[in-house]
Every structure is written in structure tokens, then in C-alpha cells.
Design a protein around this ligand. Sequence first.
Ligand SMILES: *Cc1c(COP(=O)(O)O)cnc(C)c1O
Length: 471
Amino acid sequence: MRYVSTRRADDAGATFEDVLLSGLARDGGLFVPECWPDPFSSAEIEQLASLDYASLVGRLTKCFVGDAIETKALERMARECYAAFDHPATAPLTQLDSNLWLMELFHGPTLSFKDYALQLVGRLFDYVVASRGQHLTILGATSGDTGSAAIEACRGCDNLSIVILHPAGRVSEVQRRQMTTVDAPNVHNIAIEGTFDDCQALVKATFGDLTFRDANNLAAVNSINWARIMLQTVYYAYAALALGTGDRPARFAVPTGNFGNVYSGYVAAALGFPIAGMLIATNANDILARFFAGSGYRKNEVVASINPSMDIQVASNFERLLFELYGRDGAEVRTLINDLETGDGFNVSADKLAVARHHFAARRVEDEQALDCMARAWQQCGMLIDPHSATGLVVAEGNVTNMPTICLATAHPAKFPDAVEKATGIRPELPPALADLLQRPERVTQLPNDLAAVKEFVSLAAASHKEGKVA
Ligand SMILES: *Cc1c(COP(=O)(O)O)cnc(C)c1O
């Protein structure tokens, strides 16, 4: 399997390993498979239904990974990492109403759905790099959940170091401590005196210095990495196999920010699993809801909400859907993205919008609606749900059909205790493995919003590995 960029300016045909390690294509586009694999037949689907989660990972990724990693090795890594999750079903389904289910994607070590892909991506990095006798330094910026999931995935990997920037004082205490209390010599946290946008700009500028990037063997684990998309398709397939059938396919409701998670559901449907479509939930940062309502794709200012991991105006992975809508024409995609970045955004034709609406519907959910939904889930089902998951549930409840609808619970309620307490009066407790999180010592370096200072730190972190000591 080869990969191409959504902008097709740099079309050499990347391998899975290139795609895994580089994240973004050199022309600024996102990697997608050169062609989609044939969907599984109904006989194959029937046979896949009997597999456990780790075996399903092996079967689903086989067509995308090619020869880069042996299926047996991949399955073994999957088995190891999901065995450490705190639920035997990995992604359990809980029934809320006659046709309504919650899929709990918070049983990994950092309590958000991001663990489901990143835990394995960390191992894949380590595996590929070790086979090349290399060492990599992973560099990223986080507004909360990605940083801790990436750190937890790379801790203890001999061939990796990781440096994560977060905005000082602008992530929640639980989120910060999940990053800064990890006691591993290859983990480095920087608190930047600035905003998340400042952090992201510093990371971009560091990668932009190609000499520095090569000298320090830098790699990225941002949400546009194809390997993350690929591994997220597994829980959609797993749930669709459990609850959907060819005659009565399942629908998913997905709290959405960067369009990564929900796009994985679209890929799972393309692979032939019994999936009827995706309901997208946005918060006040509603660029996707406006697009699907027919108002075009244009940015607004980012607004703070009770579901901060969805406070994103430009949904990076949406470029992958545009690529398909425009017949895989990279020049068209380049024009659209340019209009978005430098102009007033763009509209798509009625027929393209109809194709998009065949797969997706989207709705904006206000903070009060999410809080009200959390209160009702507590009163009616005795369940505490987090403010991100609540947005999907609000959309599902407003769009009832006779199909089974599966709402993705993307975070554990204890990750956002203030919102949960506000809605229900109950302060959720952290799971046992994290019960002493608030007492653990923190390791973090505060730096000014200054590129030279960040680069100096990164090169020290990269070098400390070679010398086998802690920076
Ligand atoms: C990252 C995140 C989201 C948004 O996911 P996307 O893939 O960016 O759409 C939703 N909920 C939680 C809890 C998250 O951490």
C-alpha cells in the first residue's frame, strides 16, 4: 500500500513507514491511501465478528500497513497495549435506551479515546525506529489530551524521547499532572508562557528549520497522522459488528474537533462494516455544523467552552474528506485550503454537499444543553458522562431513528470534574491507577514564548538520550 498527499504536489508514493514517521506530507497536505482497499465481503464481515479487539486490529491494519510491519508483530503489540487497559472488552458498550448505546473509549491510561490509537502508535514508532537502528525525538504541542496520551505511549521506549509543549496555566490540573508526573528519563515537559496557539507556532517553527529537524531526528504525533486514523477505525468496526447488521446498520454520534475521530468512522464504513453514517457534534466552535447546513466552510474566532478538546475552528482532517469530494484532485484541494487560510473560506456545489450529507450530519450543541444532558444521564441511568461525550448524546437524542445509535464517550468524567460536578452535583473520582495523581511530584520546565529557548531545550533532550542521562 502506497500513500499520496491530499495536495498531490509531492506525489512520490510514500510507504507506511514514511507516513507514520513524517505525519504531514512535504507539500503541506495529509497522507491518504493511494487507493481504498476493497471492502470486506459479508462472509468476511461475519467471520470478523468473532474476533477480539487485538485480532481485529491485526485484520484491519493489514491492508494499510502492507509489508512495513508483520501482522503477527502488530497483533502482539496490540495485545500488549490493550491488555493494560482497565476493561476486558477494551471499548465496552453500555445501553442507555432501547436503541441508544454509549461506547466507552476512556479505559486507557490517560482516560481519553486518544489512548486507543496513540498507545499503539508509540509502539509502532519504537518498532520501526529500532529496526533502522535510529533514535527519534517526538515533538508536539497540546491543549490537553493529546500530550498526556502521547507521553504515556512513549514512556519507557528506548529509541524515543518526547518533548511536549503546553500553555502554562491554561490546561486543567488533571491534564497537566497526567503529563508532568510521568517519571521517565525520556519524557520532557515544557510549560510555555503563552497560549496553545503560541505553543503550536513554536513547534511548527522548530520543524520548519529543516537542518535542526534532521540534526535532532524530530518526528510528530499530531492528529493528522494517518496511523492514528487507521487505528481509530477499529472501535467503529468492533461496535458495528456487535450491534449492527447489513439490514439494520449502526449509526455513530461523535464529539468532534479536528475531524480525526469521525473521519475514522467514515473509513470503517468504506471498509464494508454495517455503518449507516456519522452524526457530528460540535460546540460553539461550529465550522462543521455550518458547513453541513450549507453555509460553506469559513473560520470564526475560537470560543472557550466546557468541552475544551473540541475548541477548534479549523478541523485539519476535513481536508481528507474534501479530497474525496473533489475526485482526489490535489490542485482543487490546494485552492480550497488557500481560500480558507488567506480568504473568506469556500462553498461547495450542491451535488458535493449532497454526497457529504450522505455520510455525515452535524449539529452544534450549546454548553447548557450538554450540562442538561449530563444531569439527565445521571438521574435516569445513574451514569456520569463527561462534557465532550454529552454533546454527541444531545445530537443522537435529537435525531432518533430505529437504527442502533452508538455515542462515543471520548473521555472519562473524572478528566473534567468541574463540569460534571456543575451538572450533577457529584465530583467524579479518578480510577484507582490515577488515584494519587494530585499528590505525585511534577517535572516541568517553564520557558518564555521564545523559539531559541525551545530549540535549545529540544536539542538538549535529544542529546541526553545519546549520553544516557536526564536533561
Ligand atoms: C481530542 C478530543 C475530541 C476531538 O476529537 P477529534 O478527533 O479532534 O475530532 C473529543 N473529545 C475528547 C475528550 C478529546 O480528547
